[in-house]
Design a protein around this ligand. Structure first.
Ligand SMILES: [Zn+2]
Length: 317
């Protein structure tokens, strides 16, 4: 249990909020973060956002929560990194890291000798995530995606029960029990024994203020669950899903047929891909019953890139 988060080997003053940057050695990149040292001892929570740099709801929620949490009311430590893929944010491209074109959420826990993204993941992981008592990673749909809000936790991880309790604090209808054990920040942290969740809310490159408020409300509720904030947490009943992702079979124009959050049955059409003359190339048929979690909703669909992702009710093993 990590009770006192040190910075530069020194204990920060209790009851303070301080602002810092984390250098990524071997690069010029510096990652901003806020360190909130509570007036009393307690657990350490790490909040990350902007690992995918166009997922803005989480970025804004992290910026706001870092300013709003009162150190006098905190027992323990809260560390907030609002924009991990900073260079992606500052070049307004895709969510990938521009220096090496990698998806930062596929390279955790990183590699100190690796490419730019791998070094970035490594320094964030070893400096913060691996040393925390819990991690909350904020995501949204990419700028071509819309989604039903939901929360991920890793199944069959050393800390599954604690991660599941964190997920129960998130005000969504669905939780995805992920089978992915590496690559993502919350996945790698979970496998290191740190209870972790990833919250998905918002998308399409937009910032809806009610979604920002909802992210912050979830964070506060998890902090109550961890005893970092006073008060009883609210636990939200939700359905647990396994996730299936379908990629596009061809490049073309995309006409979705199902709204996010909707149920569909095996055999239902999920959408059509047409060519540039409007002729149908493919009709995407649901292979099984499911709940649409997120999908591409831009006109263009790219072969082997994300198209539709749905949940199926998780069968307990
Ligand atoms: Zn993401």
């Amino acid at each position: 249990m990590y009770r006192s988060f040190k910075i530069n080997a020194a204990l920060p003053t209790p009851g303070t909020r301080t602002r810092h940057v984390l250098p990524v050695y071997g690069t010029k990149l510096q990652i901003p973060y806020t360190l909130i040292t509570g007036a009393r001892e307690g657990l350490t929570a790490v909040i990350t956002a902007g690992i995918h740099s166009t997922e803005y709801v989480g970025v804004q929620a992290a910026i706001e929560i870092a300013r709003e949490l009162d150190p006098q009311k905190i027992s323990g430590t809260v560390i907030v990194l609002p924009i991990v893929n900073r260079s992606g944010f500052e070049t307004r491209g895709t969510s990938l890291v521009p220096e090496d074109g990698k998806n930062l959420n596929c390279v955790f826990p990183g590699d100190p000798e690796g490419s730019f993204s791998e070094r970035l993941a490594h320094v964030v992981f070893e400096s913060f995530l691996a040393r925390a008592d819990c991690c909350i990673d904020l995501h949204s749909g990419d700028n071509y995606e819309s989604l039903e809000p939901f929360v991920y936790y890793v199944g069959a991880a050393p800390c599954e029960a604690a991660s599941q309790a964190m997920a129960a604090c998130v005000n969504t209808r669905y939780a995805v029990r992920s089978a992915c054990r590496f690559g993502g920040a919350y996945n790698a942290a979970s496998m290191r024994g740190v209870p972790s969740v990833l919250i998905e809310r918002g998308g399409n490159g937009l910032v809806h203020w009610d979604e920002v408020q909802a992210d912050k409300s979830d964070i506060r509720n998890i902090l109550r669950c961890m005893g970092i904030l006073a008060g009883r947490p609210t636990y939200y009943e939700k359905k647990t899903l396994s996730q299936i992702a379908l990629t596009a079979p061809v490049t073309g124009c995309w006409y979705p047929a199902v709204e996010i959050g909707d149920y569909f049955r095996a055999g239902d059409a999920l959408g059509e891909i047409r060519d540039y003359y409007g002729e149908t190339l493919h009709t995407i048929i649901a292979p099984e019953d499911g709940i649409l979690l997120y999908q591409t909703n831009s006109l263009n669909l790219i072969k082997n890139e994300p198209m539709v992702s749905y949940g199926i009710l998780h069968e307990p093993t």
